[in-house]
Design a binder for this molecule. Structure first.
Ligand SMILES: Nc1nc2c(ncn2[C@@H]2O[C@H](COP(=O)(O)OP(=O)(O)OP(=O)(O)O)[C@@H](O)[C@H]2O)c(=O)[nH]1
Ligand code: SF4
Ligand code: SF4
Length: 330
């Protein structure tokens, strides 16, 4: 297993399979690379099936035991089932998708080895959904969630980015997952440093406070220092689970970050928010990929907390003194 200089073991990889998407969400960060607008057809710069599998085989050698496939929209890749099928058996396989292509394909993905799915669903109202995603696929997404549950994917996590356009839907979405078995809600703090529009930001602490009042049980997840609220019951008793992903200004979020990323073009990437450490795997052989993977892990640095600071204009800047700060405890 590889460990970075901050004591963070790398146990997971997030592999973006394409930067294409049939949505154009107003908050999209596209794994830190920018927007997803562009052609819908397969692109030459995307990693081939063999490239993805070769990388995963190397990651498995380093005891990486989980892979999440992301995008863009990863289900635009017609070889997704094959990729999952060929993923090393030692890895848990999950997928983050907008859900529109799950109807019809969910059973095949499960047969191939998919274990979990996260589906973006920001509102329970077709009109607001259309405004946020710039798509009219609201019904298709609901069908996708249903198809995932029917195919045996349990739980299905609904990803909701909490910002000005969606904050009003939080109580409704919480009720929705509390009332529907198999669903969980994941509330994601809006990241203005990746997406712009700081005016859309809302104070995520207010959501924490509100949930703490509603919750029958509160858990703490080590990864990203995430809080989990059980609502309408406990974890043992039919409750609905709501998890908050709140990186911004959270000094401990990055301390337990155990993931390395791969862009759709086959670049290794140590952190969602950084593009200054990209390493192309291009035509690399397996030994070369091993070396590149080691190097990217060596260069990983926690991002939120003391790594970035805000200047007088509220803009985020590198904190040059960070590397002198004591690494977080393991
Ligand atoms: N800053 C930061 N944000 C992340 C990270 N991982 C996930 N996120 C945010 O959370 C969103 C949803 O993540 P998902 O792809 O659904 O996966 P996840 O919730 O992190 O993973 P699981 O709980 O294992 O399913 C992402 O689009 C990011 O905005 C991370 O490592 N760093
Ligand atoms: S569905 Fe996901 S990848 Fe597509 S535009 Fe929305 S946030 Fe971006
Ligand atoms: S922002 Fe923090 S948690 Fe997210 S990828 Fe970078 S180091 Fe990991």
């Amino acid at each position: 297993m590889l460990t970075d200089d901050f004591g963070r073991e790398v146990t997971g990889v997030r592999v973006s399979l394409t930067d294409r998407c049939n949505f154009d969400c107003v908050y999209c960060h596209n794994e830190g690379l920018g927007d997803t607008r562009g052609p819908m057809d397969p692109q030459d710069d995307e990693m081939s099936t063999d490239d993805v599998v070769r990388f995963l085989e190397v990651a498995a050698e380093f005891d990486v035991d989980a892979v999440k496939f992301t995008g863009g929209e990863p289900m635009l890749r017609q070889d997704l089932e094959e990729i999952i099928e060929r993923t090393p058996d030692s890895m848990e396989v999950s997928l983050t998708t907008n859900g529109t292509f799950l109807p019809g394909r969910a059973p095949d993905l499960v047969d191939a080895g998919l274990e979990r799915v996260n589906v973006s669903q920001d509102a329970l109202d077709p009109q607001d959904f259309a405004e946020i995603t710039k798509s009219g696929a609201y019904e298709k997404v609901l069908e996708g969630v249903e198809a995932a549950l029917e195919a045996g994917l349990d739980p299905v996590k609904l990803n909701m980015v909490v910002f000005e356009h969606t904050a009003g839907y939080v109580p409704e979405m919480v009720d929705h997952v509390a009332e529907n078995d198999g669903l969980r809600l994941q509330l994601i703090e809006y990241m203005p440093e990746l997406t712009g529009k700081p005016e859309w930001n809302i104070d995520i602490q207010r959501v924490h406070d509100w949930l703490a009042e509603q919750a029958d049980e509160i858990e703490h997840r080590e990864m990203h220092d995430r809080k989990r609220y059980w609502v309408g019951g406990t974890s043992d008793d039919d409750g609905g689970m709501v998890e908050i992903v709140d990186p911004v200004e959270n000094p401990t979020f990055c301390a337990n970050c155990h993931r390395v990323r791969v862009t759709h073009e086959g670049y290794l990437k140590g952190c969602l928010n950084r593009n200054d450490d990209l390493k192309s795997m291009g035509e690399m052989s397996k030994p070369e990929i091993r070396e590149a993977f080691r190097e990217v892990v060596e260069n990983r640095v926690p991002y939120y907390g003391e790594y970035m600071i805000q200047n007088g204009d509220g803009e985020w800047e590198l904190n040059d003194e960070y590397l002198e700060v004591e690494p977080p405890a393991d």
